[in-house]
Design a binder for this molecule. Sequence first.
Ligand SMILES: [Fe+2]
Length: 390
Amino acid sequence: MPYYRQVGEIPRKRHTQFRTPEGGLYAEELMGVEGFSSDSALLYHRHLPTAIVDSQTADDQRRGTEPNLPLKPRHFKTPDLTWDNADAVTGRRVLFGNADVVIAFVAATAPSPLYRNATGDELLYVQTGSGVVETIYGALPVGDGDYVVIPTSCTYRVVPTAGEPMRILVLEATGHIGPPKRYLSAKGQFLEHSPYCERDVRGPSEPLLADGEDVDVLVRHRAGLTRFTYANHPFDVVGWDGCLYPWAFNVRDFEPITGRLHQPPPVHQTFEGPNFVVCSFCPRKVDYHPLSIPVPYNHANVDSDELMFYVGGNYEARKGSGIGIGSLSLHPAGCTHGPQPGAVEASLGADFFDETAVMVDTFRPLELGEAAQACEDDAYAWTWARRQRA
Ligand SMILES: [Fe+2]
């Protein structure tokens, strides 16, 4: 994560005696990535973070993904997916996946179990609803438009606010997710040309302490799912410091980069992960050359699959395609895609696009999961030709 943060009580020097009010020692834990050679945090627990009393293989309902065959532009309607009092962990339905990332969706109304993902960082995008992401580092209140980055093996749970479901697009990476490196100084500070900076980043602000014995934590790891039972509640951290922690960033705090002529998608990049990037297309003033064409040119992204999640406004280049709020379009490598017929002419003279979309570009092909297959709009591929072969 970008910068150093300190929350709660910590000792003056690391790796020194830090005592509880009763005179015992707090248990120090280092959470670090890349084997003690990169970002880390030191956390101080009331109880041993190692003390488990049981470990059971958990039933993993998740099925595999299938190759994207035949290759074609695809449109999926997440509003057509249904859940019955799901939670944000066990209720995830897989839309897409490859060796680098699993992309899932959930409409959560119930609190999730305590959970951590040991295979990589997770990125949650909250489309609608609100709630609290409770973690061993503290709580993060989140709402619509929030991206939430949860580091590998951070124990957490999601508690939705009663009322509107939390609709969440979930990216489960097989590595680490962070801001694009080109926006960071050598020491990790956001640079002046970055579309967002430290002031836009929210982290836990105080410890979240819970009591309890024999507390279950569901762990997703490379071999499957395991349920650990901890002797004491894992939310027992009285303080921590470091540069590794969960954090949130709202898409409305992304400051779009614009120009006289069409700016390419990398100006919208918000995160990078292993073999994928995440971009935010936000409401913005558009191209101001007198002869500019504000919608994109046709493009063949020969090295990536392009997934767009439409979350606000009316996406200019996709008008007339059936795409609406909650839609996902998948334009895979091997296809050329571009504005819908008429969209170029319709965009001429526009000075503002009121649209919000989250884009995930993967550098390996995305396969289709059961949720994608359950909500596909089969007519989309033929919307440019406006007809299908008889
Ligand atoms: Fe595109």
